[in-house]
Design a protein around this ligand. Structure first.
Ligand SMILES: *Cc1c(COP(=O)(O)O)cnc(C)c1O
Length: 406
């Protein structure tokens, strides 16, 4: 496949990447998504919008984030050199702000007064509440009661930032019910509200909008890497939950002679329910308003999934990943909890960088590849910092002395 015109051709105007994507919506929501799509297509070409987003990225988010050469970690493994794109140094500590600031600016340009979303672990809620505070928009975040109990510090952060956190007490009281509640709110209020999705998933145009806002990661990283080394990396990798940080990184390298690999969460193992490696083990299906690859139970419903990294704990991935997998341009490999924990401790100990558990999956994949390759270079998207994971990791895995073997 030729990727020179890829960004112009995918998604098509109905939001399809090949057979994946689309917008499977209740009829009442069709006009709301159409309005967002039309506004985005106009605004994304406006120099006022582009310049304002550039200014925000520079002055508020702290972009560009650096690319960093992990010399000590690389030497421990052999001669292959590992580099990190430091999205952990983005304001609020992860890549999610890249699309939340874009979505907030879009809401502002559309004249909306309010942004809403659901959140599972709370990371998307915090990033969106940050964007709302910056733009002076009101913000409502739906969160399952079970998740509210588990993620108390993020709930407090959202409230301090001025967001209203609405507990959802239906069904299993987690992410799925929170999605339903947020959609219901949107249905009633779309005249003054926009719904802001947390990853490169959901009905068209969100997979495209989120991808476009995340592409800053890959575009910066490609240029920085070339400037540092004079070459392209041999391998580019990132962790894949819904797939936003990965798609932002991968997109810039699609037309290059570079191997691209997504790191999916293998959790405790290959059995359904023990992992969330949806591209690796899933099959085609429609969920949450889009057609993609998903993990299904025997009834064809979204299966229960698990990963030590709560941000990767989702039974599907964005439609563009399903497409890039199908056409063979991007490979997807699964990384277990144990491997990710090992990478978490090693990157901390040998580089002084404590990665998010999500990002640790990508670091683990890079370390595995570095060992196999023996030489060459690997560029990893370090999607976020690990402060949020410290308590959980130390309680369950100690402080890492048992994870120092190479
Ligand atoms: C949410 C999150 C992820 C997973 O989301 P994607 O949309 O797959 O990128 C990865 N890393 C961090 C640090 C996160 O907070």
């Amino acid at each position: 496949m030729d990727f020179t015109r890829y960004l112009k051709e995918y998604p098509d105007e109905k939001g399809y990447f090949g057979k994946f994507g689309g917008a499977y919506l209740p009829p009442q929501l069709v006009p709301a998504f159409k309005e967002i799509n039309e506004a985005y297509l106009t605004i994304c070409r406006s120099s006022q919008f582009i310049n304002e987003l550039r200014r925000i990225r520079r002055e508020f988010q702290g972009r560009p984030t650096p690319v960093y050469h992990c010399e000590r970690l690389s030497r421990k493994i052999g001669n292959c050199q590992i580099y990190l794109k430091r999205e952990d140094l983005n304001h609020t500590g992860a890549h999610k702000l890249n699309h939340c600031m874009g979505e907030g600016l879009l809401a502002k340009f559309m004249g909306k007064k309010r942004i809403i979303a659901e959140t599972g672990a709370g990371q998307h809620g915090v990033a969106l509440a940050t964007a709302a505070a910056f733009f002076g928009l009101s913000c409502t975040i739906y969160m399952g009661e079970v998740d509210i109990k588990k993620q108390a510090p993020n709930v407090t952060r959202m409230k301090v930032l001025g967001a209203e956190v609405v507990p959802v007490s239906t069904g299993l009281k987690t992410l799925k019910e929170a999605v339903d509640a947020a959609f219901e709110d949107y249905l009633a209020n779309y005249e003054d509200t926009i719904y802001c999705i947390g990853s490169a998933v959901g009905p068209h145009p969100f997979p495209r909008i989120v991808r476009d806002f995340q592409m800053v990661v890959g575009l910066e990283a490609r240029e920085q890497f070339m400037e540092m080394t004079g070459f392209l990396p041999d391998v580019v990798t990132a962790c894949v939950g819904g797939g936003s940080n990965a798609i932002g990184m991968f997109e810039a390298f699609l037309n290059d002679p570079v191997e691209i690999v997504g790191a999916e969460p293998l959790g405790r193992g290959e059995k359904l329910g023990d992992h969330a490696a949806s591209v690796t083990y899933g099959s085609e299906g429609i969920m949450h308003g889009f057609n993609s690859i998903m993990l299904k139970d025997e009834k064809g419903e979204p299966a229960p999934v698990y990963s030590v990294a709560s941000g990767l704990d989702y039974p599907s991935s964005g439609p563009e990943h399903a497409f890039l997998h199908e056409c063979g341009r991007v490979k997807y490999e699964a990384v277990s909890d144990e491997e990710a924990i090992g990478a978490f401790f090693k990157l901390s100990r040998f580089e002084g960088i404590i990665p998010a558990l999500e990002s640790s999956h990508a670091v683990a994949l890079a370390m595995r590849r570095a060992k196999e390759m023996g030489t060459g270079t690997i560029l990893v998207n370090l999607s976020g910092r690990g402060d949020k994971d410290m308590d959980y990791v130390t309680e369950h895995y100690g402080t890492g002395e048992n994870y120092m073997d190479f």
